[in-house]
Design a protein around this ligand. Structure first.
Ligand code: PRP
Length: 181
């Protein structure tokens, strides 16, 4: 039985379930790209860092890892504006590219990243996310999805509230009195 942090309402995805699903996703990705010379993995900071580390260490195909950092404005207003804070180090033209996100919420971030990276003419472009909230979103296809989760505030396994809780080994719902403070 996993011990729960006192700020949490309930655990949504326990560590064993995450590990099993990440292993499955890595096997699927390795199979799908077995003929590619290498896979160019784009991790989206900060939230994806733990998922990305576990996923990539289970891949059996050649791959390189790079990062982007973006900031989304007006989540509360749903404006969807996104700004690049840190870009990739190399051009991705002709590369097989996989975007790795921790969460798809409104979908604005993944939609923006998909369109920006598509414009750089990769050989292929796919998306991977650990969790997707069950709510209306921008409808960007997620080629490799870990879990659908309820539309609640989630933390752990890379996901944060005010930059805290990212290193919890599970995905959990945060108590509403924590973020209502
Ligand atoms: C989170 C998450 C995604 C984005 C998803 O990032 O990591 O990038 O929000 O939300 P959306 O689908 O509504 O666009 P956040 O801006 O919180 O930064 P972080 O990764 O540094 O926590």
């Amino acid at each position: 039985m996993t011990e729960t942090h006192p700020d949490l309402e309930r655990i949504l995805i326990p560590p064993e379930a995450i590990e099993a699903r990440v292993t499955e996703l890595a096997a699927q990705i390795s199979q799908d790209f077995h003929a590619a010379q290498r896979l160019y993995i784009v991790g989206i900071l900060k939230g994806a860092f733990i998922f990305l580390a576990d996923l990539t260490r289970r891949l059996s195909i050649p791959h390189i890892v790079d990062f982007m950092a973006v900031s989304s404005y007006g989540k509360s207003t749903d404006s969807g504006a996104v700004r690049i804070l840190m870009d990739l180090r190399e051009p991705i033209e002709g590369q097989h590219v996989l975007i790795v996100e921790d969460i798809v919420d409104t979908g604005h971030t993944l939609k923006y990243l998909y369109e920006i990276l598509k414009g750089r003419k990769p050989a292929s472009l796919r998306t991977c996310a650990l969790v997707r909230k069950e709510r209306e979103n921008q409808g960007v296809p997620i080629d490799y999805l870990g879990f659908d989760i309820p539309d609640v505030w989630v933390v752990g396994y890379g996901l944060d509230y005010a930059d805290l809780y990212r290193t919890l080994p599970y995905v959990a719902e945060l108590k509403s009195d924590v973020y209502a403070k």
